[in-house]
Ligand binder design. Sequence first.
Ligand code: FER
Length: 302
Amino acid sequence: MKKIMTRIAALALTAALMLPAMSYASPVVEEQDLSLSADAAAAAVTSTITPAPQGYDGYRNNIPHGNVQQISYYSTTVGKSRNAMVYTPPGYTPSKTYNVLYLLHGIGGDQNEWLNGMNPRNILDNLYSQNKLEPMIVVFPNGRAMADDRPIGDIYAPDKVAAFERFEFDLINDLIPYVDSHFPVYKNKQNRALAGLSMGGGQTLNFGLKHLDKFSWIGAFSSAPNTKSASQLITNPAQTASQLKLLWISCGASDGLLYVSQNFHNSLTSMNVPHLWYLDVGGHEGKVWSSGLYQFSQRIFK
Ligand code: FER
């Protein structure tokens, strides 16, 4: 069954790559891996992940819209106040209680990268208007935990790369406590998700799988080489599997960093850790990350 689906997927990919002008609307290669155990694998259904429809990330006039605000929180990790952006959904009111998605940027980005480049406001507003999302606020941090956290100069410099690693402690010890105490949010792992693109995808896997007491929903889009190996991050696969509600791994089929996601997916499969694997159409680029958010956001907090 799986082999057949993989064959079909490969054909779909070939077709999609041969028709670049149409590729966005073409069938997207996908594979759903639910191989928790031999029994579960036997019962697993390989279902289709439907690609995002045309216009899914475009602005619609006739629907309610969410809002974006900047927050400033004190980081004990960095020793100064740091900024993050927060999206609150249409109809947001402090009299309700919300889930929280932390959404991380890439190596050249900051807290505005998603908002400026990937249309998350439109994607989420449109999904809310179709009743496809559980109510959530989305926090866009700056994942470069250092005094000057701007993406200036050599963005690959060792001190900047180290700051992406240090952000684990800012997120866990500083930002999450700030959000939990300043917004009307649920403070449980079942109500907290972590996702990110590229460098942020690596952070998501590195931090999320280490802190399964904090996050039940994990989404890694086009993860960068900062991603630790699955065997480093997962020492007890059955325990990891039991603590996760969703582990999502996606990447563009023509991304030069595809090997990172592909290796991670392969390891998860051999460790029998259930996850969704989505091989999208595209390279290391915004449309894959918008698509990742569209798919991931609809599957969390449910
Ligand atoms: C690398 C290649 C790419 C790397 C990071 C990236 C730390 C990140 C890319 C991105 O965030 O878009 O070797 O090493």
